[in-house]
Design a binder for this molecule. Structure first.
Ligand code: MLT
Ligand code: ZN
Length: 471
């Protein structure tokens, strides 16, 4: 348990405004967004600079005090919550919120960990560039956490995952040493690629305090449509058509189910379906290009007309304004919030090869309905990259605690199908506190042994985000 002398020493580094100890103030940091975990901490430390953060970590290392790095605390897998016994300190990156540099010639953004993804996107846009990463929680999620979990999101189909945007990193290591790897080089073959070790490590190897990210040219033309489709197979057929026409212009291809859409329409104020009638599934397609007058709108219309003609889609609405575009995106981005308001849910953030998405959804649906009659299946997500949030909502009228107690049985049943299609049990949310028990089964043998050796080498005292990722 962190004692008073350690807390006093930390306070002398970060000052009063850099430290919360009142249980009322620390409580929101100790619980995850899904409210699956209720931890406790003696203090939330909010350093104002990398130097302060490094000095705090050094003290924690010397005293063997475990720390939990935390950004916007939007993890879906409990990746940023402290243990229930109060032994861990939370180290928040929220006050490391400066944009250090934005270079439009190099197309790079050098940014501190506590800047929200939304603020980073806006800074890039103001400079006439695009930070090509977008996730539903971007208003709250901070860059440090986004990189620590290698977030994916809506634009992976075009730009890859968070790790694909990282040119350089600054990291505070578990002994308090700061590694300044903030290089902005496009080519740099100088030994092991250390930055990629910390991206996706979920704070178990060190704390990312700043990063150099690649920017892309800002789109000059964007076209968004919402389509009602009769099946997931039809959604895949539509995706294939867009790919055949102009794969490079697809910036998002998102799938939603009729069930999920009904939750959004029920719970999210202002949500309206811009189609004549409800459909079994929906697709949100976004095309974007930095080329002016590329004719995307015409291409979108042509493809959708053909698809309507041969019943690949049932109906479609093309956004005519920025407001309509945002309204369509809202239907997709509010899925998690709507599901939360509907009741208890078990999430499976899985991926399979894109071509297998229809068969996966069909089989996993059958498996869950057999396991738990009445369960409401809510598959949605990033169809263009094969990442489906195969979420399950409690049966209507059932007890939430009873339903949540079935989480391992449900996840195991879904993962069995994922394995059949050579997929992954965690596509973009990470492993966190929820899924380390799955690691031996999925990543056992040489792979897990290597991860454990890396962990032991970099964090020999095991003070960095204990209980996360590794079993
Ligand atoms: C999203 O894409 O909206 C989130 O990653 C999903 C979730 O709630 O599982
Ligand atoms: Zn997602």
């Amino acid at each position: 348990m962190p004692d008073a002398s350690l807390l006093n020493a930390i306070r002398s580094i970060v000052g009063d405004k850099g430290m919360l100890t009142d249980p009322g103030d620390t409580a929101p940091y100790s619980e995850d967004w899904r409210r699956l975990y209720h931890g406790r901490t003696a203090a939330v430390i909010r350093p104002g600079s990398t130097e302060e953060l490094a000095a705090v970590v050094k003290l924690c290392a010397e005293t063997g005090t475990p720390v939990v790095p935390q950004g916007g605390n939007t993890s879906m897998v409990g990746g940023a919550v402290p243990a229930e016994d109060g032994s861990e300190l939370i180290l928040s990156t929220a006050r490391l919120n400066r944009i250090r540099d934005l270079d439009t010639a190099d197309m790079t953004l050098t940014i501190e960990a506590g800047v929200t993804l939304k603020a980073a996107q806006m800074a890039a846009a103001e400079a006439g560039c695009l930070l090509p990463l977008s996730i539903s929680s971007e208003g709250t999620a901070q860059i440090g956490g986004v990189l620590a979990v290698n977030a994916g999101g809506n634009n992976t189909v075009r730009y890859g995952n968070a790790r694909d945007l990282v040119l350089g990193l600054e990291v505070v290591l578990p002994d308090g040493t700061t590694w300044n790897g903030l290089r902005r080089l496009r080519k740099d073959n100088t030994g092991y690629c250390l930055r990629q070790l910390f991206v996706g490590a979920e704070g178990t190897l060190g704390i990312i305090t700043a990063a150099v990210l690649k920017l892309a040219p800002q789109p000059q033309e964007v076209a968004v449509a919402l389509c009602g489709v009769p099946s997931v197979q039809a959604a895949l057929a539509l995706f294939t058509r867009f790919q055949a026409h102009d794969a490079a212009s697809i910036s998002a291809f998102e799938l939603m189910s009729g069930q999920g859409m009904s939750f959004v329409l029920r719970h999210i104020p202002g949500a309206v379906l811009p189609l004549e009638s409800a459909a079994p599934f929906y697709v949100l397609v976004e095309l974007a290009t930095p080329r002016p007058e590329a004719g995307l709108r015409a291409m979108l219309e042509t493809i959708l007309e053909t698809a309507l003609g041969d019943d690949t889609i049932l109906d479609a609405a093309i956004a005519e304004s920025d407001a309509q575009r945002a309204a369509i995106w809202k239907l997709r981005e509010e899925h998690s919030e709507a599901q939360k308001r509907e009741g208890a849910s078990v999430k499976n953030d899985v991926s399979v090869p894109v071509s297998k998405v229809p068969a996966f959804i069909e089989k996993a649906t059958a498996a869950c309905e057999k396991l738990l009659p009445g369960v409401r299946v809510v598959p949605f997500g990033h169809m263009g990259d094969g990442n489906i949030h195969f979420n399950l909502e409690q049966p209507e009228g059932s007890d939430a605690a009873w339903f949540l107690a079935q989480d391992h049985a449900i996840m195991d049943a879904v993962n069995e199908v994922v394995r059949e299609f050579d997929g992954s049990f965690s596509a973009e949310h990470g492993v966190g506190k929820l899924k380390p028990y799955m690691m031996p089964d999925w990543r056992g043998g040489a792979e897990l042994a290597l991860m454990q050796r890396i962990k032991a080498a970099i964090d020999p005292r095991g003070i960095m985000n204990p209980g996360k990722v590794l079993p």
